[in-house]
Design a protein around this ligand. Sequence first.
Ligand code: KIV
Length: 259
Amino acid sequence: MKSLSPSSFADRLSPPISAITAYDYPTARLCDEAGVQLILVGDSLGMMVAGGEDTTSVTLEQMVYHTTIVRRGVTRAVVVADLPIHSYDSPIQALASAGRLVEAGADAVKLEGGFEQMGQVEALVGKGFQVCGHLGMLPQHVREEGGYRKKGRSEAEAKSLVEAAVALESAGVFAIVLESVVEEVAAEVTARLRIPTIGIGSGHRCGGQVRVVHDVTGAFPWFVPPFAKTHGNVAEVTRQALSAFLEEVLDSHRTGFPD
Ligand code: KIV
């Protein structure tokens, strides 16, 4: 099993950490060439690639495939692969699943949850896997929760987020993604830890930011989360190229292709 020592991560991840999802070779290569520090093969591929409603139908086999093709495009960034839902229901299953993802080329794995995942995290770290935590809104639990909701609004919820983050750090995770956490709470979690937090929809006071690549490039125009800032318009460029192609095909009937 390939595993990185914590110090090799420290060299490659320096706050402010830039992290972005990628699910395929060209996107991963572009992200790597752009200098993104961490590439996440996120189970958000269930929506962004497969058109599903959420991440709850993503399988380990799909994650292995996407991790393999992302790995081919990356030479510099740290590649983190999500353990999909029900691939880490026990420590033994977590070890087997993480092994598949690392064999496919991941440098590290990410799993969702706090205290309830402590056995899994300790088992993984104990066997030399690099593990990233994920607290706040947990997309794999969206159905039980009845939707996406900001976390840390009540004092009790804020306290349990801080406690879970501290426990994950003690268990040996190298970073924690904070998703949809109230900004002040994300800032407090960040201040309490030595490891970096990587925020999404959690304000700017985290140790870094992670985004879904389609949100950044404007490649998924049908839904953009409210916190996402879109920096491009890939969907529009694609539509223009396609309509130019359709025109060309129509034209070719009249004039023949140029070559
Ligand atoms: O799957 C994913 O894209 C993620 C990010 C939202 C952090 O977990």
